[in-house]
Design a protein around this ligand. Structure first.
Ligand SMILES: [Zn+2]
Ligand SMILES: [Zn+2]
Length: 115
């Protein structure tokens, strides 16, 4: 069995499978993930319905709804939801391909649309 040793190399920095206390606390407080946070907020405020095509979604399909920022500014997240629009992934795509924010998308590529 010589020479068949598998070396598990720990990542430099911190162990991958151990969460630091600070991280756990952050999670409990709901911090550290603002991007998914406003999504939940928006879905709660506006409901599981696409603002554009009016398609309604069930809870299990909620991942098909994305949160669009009306002014295109991700940092503008008023708690009343006035800058958010729930759009299905199709309408969201459509919205961004209209040129208004096309330039913006060009630079960033198309990831999961949470903008
Ligand atoms: Zn739609
Ligand atoms: Zn958008």
């Amino acid at each position: 069995m010589r020479g068949k040793r598998i070396r598990v190399r720990p990542r430099p920095g911190k162990p991958a499978d151990v969460k630091s206390v600070a991280e756990i606390v952050r999670e409990l407080k709901g911090e550290g993930a603002p991007s998914s946070d406003y999504r939940e907020q928006s879905l709660k405020i506006h409901g599981l319905i696409c603002a554009k095509c009016g398609r309604e979604f069930e809870n299990k399909d909620r991942h098909l709804l994305t949160v669009h920022h009306k002014d295109g500014n991700h940092r503008n997240n008023p708690p009343d939801g006035s800058n958010w629009e729930n759009l299905c992934i199709y309408c969201h795509d459509d919205e961004h391909s209209r040129g208004l924010l096309g330039e913006y998308l060009k630079g960033k590529g198309r990831g999961p649309t949470q903008d």
